[in-house]
Ligand binder design. Structure first.
Ligand code: B12
Length: 298
């Protein structure tokens, strides 16, 4: 959870007077909460939402816990993938985090940034490695940096409501790819879900236990690599059956799911991209709202 911000901190970060900022709060442009002592406080997610809609730039991002120089200009999205790729390969963490943050503040969704900018940059990095142009250490370092950029976005999102639907998931044993499952968590949180990635390389038995103990609305499984297809199909189908019996929807995706493997899987939804996942959970949300409305009718 992010520490609430004082009006003074936010005013200084944006580069306006505290009285202007308080006026915006009074007009309802910026949501505030009151402390027990009656002082105003602002949530980072609400401040970012205001910046994204009002077009204000951040003069001193560090004052509100953003990466240095974030939010100071619009990064053209079509150039962003190349810039992120280059920053990742150069190991320039500040630049990469800044580009990602700028895109978010400029109004791009975390989902769009993950699907089109970060994943795209990694596909190119993978291609570079395949051609012998990118050293392995650069690729690994790029993953470390990207995780930090994802964490920045996570911090920027408002905390999900306590009664929001719950999603848990991760990657299975022998699958060390950490970015996809971190991205799934992020975009589900962006959709207002209580999403919790359990990480990578999870033995199926422990994932099954997590489903039993948490009874999530959605279980996601991200598959970037498969050691043995028959073993995978067997383990996956047991997990799927358990989860659906307990009332969880199972959403699956990841680069290792070929058309042939996919044909043999049962799932509630499959996604080639995170956008597909978001579309699915939004449909689930609409359905829940409709059911609530119907049952609330006298
Ligand atoms: C980083 C990396 C690694 C790192 C990962 C480190 C880490 N901590 O994560 C490590 C070191 C583990 C690694 C190892 C290997 N790698 Co590698 N790796 C990559 C690289 C460059 C990036 C992977 C990544 O994170 N991409 C970013 C993610 C977000 O993109 P994505 O996977 O496409 O995910 C998107 C969708 O699939 C979808 N999605 C994903 N999960 C889910 C889940 C749900 C529910 C939904 C709805 C959607 C969804 O949404 C995502 C966003 O759009 C890729 C290149 C590439 N094309 O991605 C190669 C790549 C995957 N690796 C490759 C290879 C060959 C290997 C090794 C065999 C190399 C070796 N000789 O040791 C090993 C195998 C390891 C293993 N156990 O299988 C090849 C695979 C080729 C093939 N034919 O399959 C690739 C494609 C590189 C290449 N071009 O040759 N690798």
């Amino acid at each position: 959870m992010n520490q609430p911000l004082s009006p003074k901190q936010v005013a200084q970060a944006i580069g306006v007077s505290e009285s202007s900022l308080k006026r915006w709060c009074d007009r309802g442009l910026l949501k505030t909460v009151r402390t027990a002592g009656g002082h105003r406080r602002l949530e980072l997610g609400d401040v970012l939402r205001f910046l994204r809609t009002s077009g204000h730039q951040v003069a001193r991002p560090d004052l509100i816990g953003l990466p240095p120089q974030a939010g100071q200009g619009t990064t053209a999205r079509n150039k962003a993938r190349e810039r992120v790729r280059d920053a990742l390969l150069a190991g320039d963490e500040q630049l990469c985090r800044r580009i990602v943050y700028d895109l978010y503040v400029a109004g791009h969704s975390a989902c769009d940034i993950c699907d089109n900018v970060l994943a795209g940059a990694f596909h190119e990095i993978g291609h570079g490695w395949e051609c012998g142009k990118v050293q392995v250490y650069r690729e690994r370092r790029a993953c470390e940096i990207a995780l930090k950029a994802l964490y920045d976005l996570r911090r920027a999102l408002p905390d999900p409501a306590v009664d929001a639907p719950l999603a848990i998931g991760g990657s299975l044993e022998f699958d060390p790819y950490c970015l996809p499952t971190a991205m799934v968590e992020l975009v589900l949180r962006e959709s207002g879900w209580r999403a919790m990635s359990l990480g990578t390389m999870l033995p199926p038995a422990t994932l099954a236990e997590a489903v039993r103990e948490n009874e999530p609305d959605v279980l996601w499984i991200s598959i970037s690599t498969i050691r043995s297809v028959p073993e995978f199909l067997d383990e996956y189908s047991q997990l799927h059956d358990l989860a659906t019996t307990l009332g969880s929807a199972v959403v699956v995706g990841g680069r290792a799911i070929t058309a042939e493997i996919r044909r043999q899987l049962s799932y509630s939804a499959f996604g080639d991209t995170l956008r597909h996942l978001v579309t699915f959970v939004e449909a689930m949300d609409r359905r829940t709202q409709r059911v609530r409305k119907r049952t609330a009718r006298p």
